[in-house]
Design a protein around this ligand. Sequence first.
Ligand SMILES: NC(=O)c1ccc[n+]([C@@H]2O[C@H](COP(=O)([O-])OP(=O)(O)OC[C@H]3O[C@@H](n4cnc5c(N)ncnc54)[C@H](O)[C@@H]3O)[C@@H](O)[C@H]2O)c1
Ligand SMILES: N[C@@H](CCSC[C@H]1O[C@@H](n2cnc3c(=O)[nH]cnc32)[C@H](O)[C@@H]1O)C(=O)O
Length: 414
Amino acid sequence: MSDLSQKEMQESGRLKIEWARNYMPVLNQIRADFEKEKPLAGRRIAMALHVEAKTAVLVETLAAGGAEVAITGCNPLSTQDDVAAALNTSENIKCYAKYDCTNEEYYEAIDKVLDIDPDITIDDGADLIFKIHKERRDLIPKIIGGCEETTTGIHRLIGMEKDGALEMAVLAVNDAKTKFLFDNRYGTGQSAWDGIMRTTNLLVAGKTVVVGGYGWCGRGVAMRADGLGAEVVVTEIDPVRALEARMDGYRVMPMEKAAEIGDLFVTTTGNRDILTENHFKKMKSGAILANAGHFNVEIDLESLKKMASSEKTVRRNIKEYVVDGKKINVLADGRLVNLAAGDGHPAEVMDMSFANQALGVKYIAENKLAHGVHKVPEEIDNYVALLKLKSMGIEIDTLTEKQRNYMDDWEEGT
Ligand SMILES: NC(=O)c1ccc[n+]([C@@H]2O[C@H](COP(=O)([O-])OP(=O)(O)OC[C@H]3O[C@@H](n4cnc5c(N)ncnc54)[C@H](O)[C@@H]3O)[C@@H](O)[C@H]2O)c1
Ligand SMILES: N[C@@H](CCSC[C@H]1O[C@@H](n2cnc3c(=O)[nH]cnc32)[C@H](O)[C@@H]1O)C(=O)O
């Protein structure tokens, strides 16, 4: 990509954005409404999201609503530089993201985004909010609210709220039904496999796939592995989820045991140390490890590096570590395999996630929210679902008055 001229980069990014936009009907409807109503006129929005085509469609929707937007990445390996270049040609949008940036560059870009002096933030992992609370506290009085895209980000913000440390309102976008039921499950289910398959060019059928965590992402990853012909093993720490995995037809066991039989491991927990030294020692030669959860600590790379007698890149986005003469392959440096080694979720699911973001930002702009973590209002969730159904040409029934009364009536029996 770096061999392309700036103009070619912009054109390549623009084509990607147009392609994604064609499959994001809900966000397109919201954009049309925003263009007419300008609900974000005069607003300054700071964003840290994966900078790729679908995110660009969201950014342009917010700008169409009248906002000035500054954006950077939320993962050093998920930025697509051509999309970033295209965004920088749009009016009222400034993009600071860069693929494969150093830690220093990553946080410098976060600072640049915050220099817009935001009244609204949009995060994926709460990087902006943490920076604001720790180092840019002068910004706090002007901020009217923020949106958080992902499960782990919300867990941490709730932690901050409990400690009395959260000094702004945040909308928990991940927890909207039209987000996590589709994005985390069907999105991660498809895009993690897309990333793994395009990176390895190997067959999934006949392999033993170990999925770490059976939350919404884990369910999607397990379901699609099953569909591709793998034998699926799930590891969990939550007894109810472990039971669900078993009843959904998968084998359940501790990672200690799964490590011995897995060909391919996918972590989806949002936690750390899911695959560690003990497990690496037990793995078969040729084992492939990928992370589709949160940061690059689900796979304990530090230990793996220490244990390995050698380490080399054997294919783009695959690092082979030799441990006791066995080859252990890690995809995308343990970062999100769907974004760092793929193009992220399909446009149709990001359509709903980002519709919640756009309407969430409008909601923050129009309501004075108290400090703390707030739910996305049910009306927004249902509106997104209805628009999506409409775009798919699907109609549903509505309750009659008689049915409504019957459901609530405690006096009606058999
Ligand atoms: N790759 C992506 O594009 C993508 C998309 C959505 C969410 N996420 C991220 O993926 C992670 C999971 O999200 P989710 O919505 O599925 O969350 P979730 O809370 O529904 O699921 C996480 C599961 O992991 C389990 N778990 C925790 N520690 C474990 C351990 N040590 N061993 C085994 N299981 C363990 C939990 O019990 C839970 O069932 C989060 O970090 C989220 O931010 C990634
Ligand atoms: N910033 C952290 C957090 C995990 S990202 C997980 C989030 O990424 C979002 N996501 C997945 N695919 C895409 C995409 O293609 N574009 C933008 N966001 C995406 C998805 O909504 C999910 O909640 C990290 O990079 O490690």
